[in-house]
Design a protein around this ligand. Structure first.
Ligand SMILES: CC(C)(COP(=O)(O)OP(=O)(O)OC[C@H]1O[C@@H](n2cnc3c(N)ncnc32)[C@H](O)[C@@H]1OP(=O)(O)O)[C@@H](O)C(=O)NCCC(=O)NCCS
Length: 177
């Protein structure tokens, strides 16, 4: 039996215990700062709490994104300097921008932090005279879609089997003019 169990464990990854989320204190004070190569470990760990296995970025991807001169990245921190949110945008050759990833720690969600990061990065793009930002979102990710719709992003196209697991995506776009 022990051998059978060991073989089964080899093929079936152990179930990950769902995280118990205790909301952060309501009076938590937040600040937006630039995210750079000093923050790779912290953003990599936070992205693993924000996205499911297979949907999250590797440390190598964050290393690569931060090394690009065309990446704009910001983090939200608490007063004790703990990262609780991140946003990455890539400047494209055609003068538009692409929202690469955004995440907020579960215990700090639904407090306007993602909205705050989007507004911040959109202002940074306008200062660079970027007139349009686009993104892709899973059709099943309703909270993110609500966020983007609230921020005036519009669905331009349904992307068939866009994600690794075969899930469709939406291409969403916002004019910054
Ligand atoms: C999507 C995500 C970034 C939103 O972060 P957040 O800080 O909680 O969002 P905000 O508090 O700024 O919410 C802004 C709006 O988004 C929508 N929204 C956010 N969370 C929602 C939820 N759980 N259910 C429904 N709508 C939600 C609402 O329209 C909300 O406006 P409202 O507060 O007036 O209702 C966060 O849930 C997250 O990190 N998810 C996992 C990572 C992810 O999916 N990233 C996007 C990939 S495309």
């Amino acid at each position: 039996m022990a051998v059978l169990q060991r073989i089964r464990n080899f093929f079936v990854p152990p179930a990950i215990e769902p995280e118990i989320i205790i909301p952060a204190p309501a009076d938590t004070v937040y600040e937006i700062k630039i995210l750079n190569d000093k923050h790779i470990d912290e953003v990599w760990k936070l992205n693993q709490r924000c996205f499911r296995v297979g949907e999250n970025y590797t440390r190598g991807t964050f290393n690569y994104l931060i090394s690009l001169p065309t990446t704009l990245s910001y983090r939200i921190i608490t007063l004790d300097n703990v990262m609780v949110g991140f946003i990455f945008v890539t400047l494209m050759e055609d003068g538009t921008a692409h929202l690469t990833t955004i995440g907020v720690a579960p215990e700090h969600r639904q407090r306007g932090l993602a909205q705050q990061m989007l507004l911040h990065i959109e202002d940074a793009l306008r200062r660079r005279e970027i007139s349009m930002i686009c993104l892709e979102v899973r059709v099943g990710n309703l909270s993110a879609q609500n966020l983007y719709r609230k921020m005036d992003y519009a669905v331009m196209q349904r992307l068939k089997k866009y994600y690794n697991n075969g899930e469709d995506g939406y291409l969403m776009v916002k004019s910054l003019i």
